[in-house]
Design a protein around this ligand. Structure first.
Ligand code: SAH
Length: 367
């Protein structure tokens, strides 16, 4: 396996470069390119051509390599299938929004959580990603946005939609971030320090790993927390999310409340609306009836939270169906009438990505 320059410390990189009979200052130039997401040495314009060729022959620049890049028809969403040094594949998504450029990163190769509606967990967990491997995903997006164009200023958080920098991060890709808490925290620290991405522009989504939420409380940074709830009662949640056998809804909500109270932040609740097909092929609501909406409203009334209703992305292997638009709107109305802030999540890039984790799954199956 070739050495990965991005993973080296400044000292190691300097040693590597002087070992190739190059002056020290080249290490700094190379670091600058790596930090902008340069995928190869070939693009490093201020290096001599022979050095660029030699470097690409003996080393890999980034810990991830793009295997596939898909663009949505509206040009807003780019989805990447990336390969790690050991051949594992992960996905990340760049979303150009009105409030900035948001990147959805994966925290694990695969997932052990076993949620019944999700594609990411179908092949189980392969391994945790390192801090470098998570960080490299936002550099892929950064390179996509800006490439080798010179920056007129250092990367800064900025809501300006014309800004060509990554401004927001959502940790909602493959994997359960709170099963890899140390590396995920290391990643957030780095994104904040090296890319200038503010804590309030980072959102971490968890299926409800209570000790991990407590670790975030101890860590003390005011990021946004999202809980994948998907059911208003333990009885129902037990059927679709195995983690619920370990941490019950009341425990998860208590930990989440402690987190949001500490930082005075709004809690995000994710709720996929699921149906099932009966024998006649009709869709029967699974967690999306009027009663479910009322139970959810009871659970959330009085909390500082926002419910994101998520249309289910169809996964062939999974035995669910998407409810009709009417059912979704009725569910939302019930919540809103009870005073619970709710919005329906816009689907992005469905034309390219299919469901979460589906690219990786198809790739593993040689499709
Ligand atoms: N493990 C973390 C983060 C990754 S999943 C978590 O559970 O929050 C990110 C979000 O996508 C979760 O809310 C998850 O439940 C949801 N999700 C998974 N599969 C999906 C699908 N097929 N369609 C829509 N959302 C899905």
């Amino acid at each position: 396996m070739k050495p990965i320059l991005f993973n080296m410390t400044d000292g190691e990189l300097e040693q590597f470069i002087t070992g190739m009979s190059q002056p020290k200052f080249r290490a700094r130039q190379i670091r600058d390119w790596l930090q902008r997401g340069a995928p190869t040495a070939a693009v490093m314009k201020n290096l001599p051509e022979t050095l660029r060729r030699d470097l690409d022959a003996v080393a890999q620049m980034q810990p991830v390599r793009i295997v596939k890049k898909l663009e949505s028809a509206d040009g807003e969403t780019t989805k990447f299938l990336l390969e790690l040094a050991d051949g594992e594949q992960i996905e990340c998504v760049l979303m150009r929004t009105t409030y900035g450029n948001s990147v959805c990163v994966s925290s694990q190769a695969g997932c052990a959580m076993g949620c019944r509606f999700c594609a990411s967990t179908l092949l189980g967990l392969k391994r945790n990603l390192t801090t470098d491997e998570i960080f490299a995903q936002i550099l892929v997006a950064q390179w996509e946005l800006r490439g080798d164009a010179m920056r007129d200023r250092p990367v800064r958080p900025n809501g300006d939609p014309n800004n060509n920098d990554v401004s927001h991060i959502v940790i909602m890709g493959t994997g359960e971030p709170l099963q890899n808490t140390e590396n995920v925290i290391g990643f957030m620290e780095r994104a904040n320090r090296e890319m200038g991405i503010g804590w309030r522009r980072i959102t971490l989504s968890t299926c409800g790993v209570v000790p991990g939420i407590n670790d975030l409380i101890k860590w003390g940074r005011p990021i946004n927390l999202a809980i994948s709830l998907h059911a208003p009662t333990d009885e129902l949640r037990d059927q679709i999310m195995p983690i619920n056998h370990k941490y019950k809804i009341a425990d998860v909500m208590a930990a989440a409340d402690a987190f949001t109270a500490l930082h005075n932040r709004q809690l995000m609740i994710e709720y996929i609306l699921l149906g099932r097909r009966d024998q006649d092929g009709e869709t029967v609501l699974f967690n999306a009836t009027q009663q479910h909406a009322e139970k959810l409203a009871q659970l959330l009334t009085g909390k500082n939270c926002m419910v994101n209703l998520i249309p289910w992305n169809a996964v062939d292997e999974r035995d669910f169906a998407s409810p009709s638009g009417n059912a979704v709107h009725r569910f939302q109305d019930t919540l809103i009438k009870s005073g619970v802030h709710t919005r329906i999540r816009r689907e992005r890039g469905t034309d390219i990505g299919s469901a979460c984790g589906q690219l990786r799954l198809n790739s593993a199956r040689g499709k």
